[in-house]
Design a protein around this ligand. Structure first.
Ligand code: G3P
Ligand code: MG
Length: 262
């Protein structure tokens, strides 16, 4: 990885203002849906993270699990349903009846919504096993069809998906997602062609984190809903925390920032 690529990630992470709305404002609206994205923006978030997978007919859609049952009234795998079938589903009632009738978003719809708000997006590539290339292809095809996409950052636990994204979408910054930060983080970032690292906040290793920041790599941590944990991470140099409650964490970030400059 070139040092230039690493340095270029910092302005992007700075613009997150300490918080990324995790699956939108998913503590208060159904995750990965338009209401959650709109609420994140209303609450002052500048960035939201969403999970991207594909339908049976190869269209990029916004959904976290491989299976439909937790977050919709559908059953079976997302990838076994074509887009028309997915669009018949209700992905809001499971969260609260007030969100009944909320559809699964396509990536195309989401990009248009985020551009209009505006809200920058971290697209987490969540390919079903073996469908890494098809998922990256679907994202690239969608982006090619959108005239003015919002500010974007790609990420994935799949090193293959990231390396494929580097080939087809070289202009977009890419983050590697990991649970605990591995000792060979530099090699893993390089293999995945990623320029930043997202890790599980509950598995933080402060010494390793310091090494990463010293190497000029920006980081973000998931999923943080408690303010004390967020302050510890920001203090350790983590640029942003993914939170289901962006309003709460953003308010805390503003207070934390003010205390730092006293
Ligand atoms: O992208 C950060 C975080 O969303 C990764 O974990 O399971 O919530 O998608 P998950
Ligand atoms: Mg995610």
């Amino acid at each position: 990885m070139s040092p230039t690529a690493a340095i270029n990630s910092w302005p992007l992470y700075h613009s997150m203002q300490g918080v990324i709305a995790h699956r939108g404002a998913s503590g208060e609206a159904p995750e990965n849906t338009a209401p959650a994205i709109r609420l994140a923006h209303t609450q002052g978030a500048t960035w939201a993270e969403v999970d991207v997978t594909i339908s049976a007919d190869g269209i990029a859609v916004i959904h976290h699990d491989d299976d439909l049952s937790r977050c919709s009234n559908g059953q079976g795998l997302v990838v076994q349903h074509d887009l028309l079938q997915l669009q018949q589903l209700d992905s809001g009632s499971w969260f609260n009846p007030q969100f009944g009738g909320t559809p699964i978003l396509t990536l195309h719809e989401l990009l248009q919504l985020a551009q209009a708000l505006p809200l920058a997006l971290n697209l987490e590539l969540k390919p079903a096993a073996g469908l890494e290339a098809a998922t990256v292809h679907a994202v690239a095809a969608t982006l090619a069809a959108v005239e003015a996409p919002p500010v974007l950052l790609l990420s994935s636990f799949s090193e293959l998906a990231l390396a494929l994204a580097h080939e087809s979408l070289p202009q977009l910054p890419r983050a590697l997602n990991v649970d605990a930060i591995p000792s060979d983080w530099a090699q893993r970032l390089s293999q995945a062609q990623a320029t930043s690292l997202h890790f599980d906040a509950d598995a933080v290793d402060l010494q390793r984190l310091a090494e990463i920041h010293q190497a000029g790599i920006a980081t973000a941590a998931f999923t943080v809903n408690h303010t004390d944990q967020a302050s510890q991470l920001w203090q350790a140099g983590v640029s942003a925390v993914f939170s289901d409650y962006p309003e709460r964490l953003r308010r805390h970030w503003l207070q934390w920032q003010a205390a730092q400059s006293r």
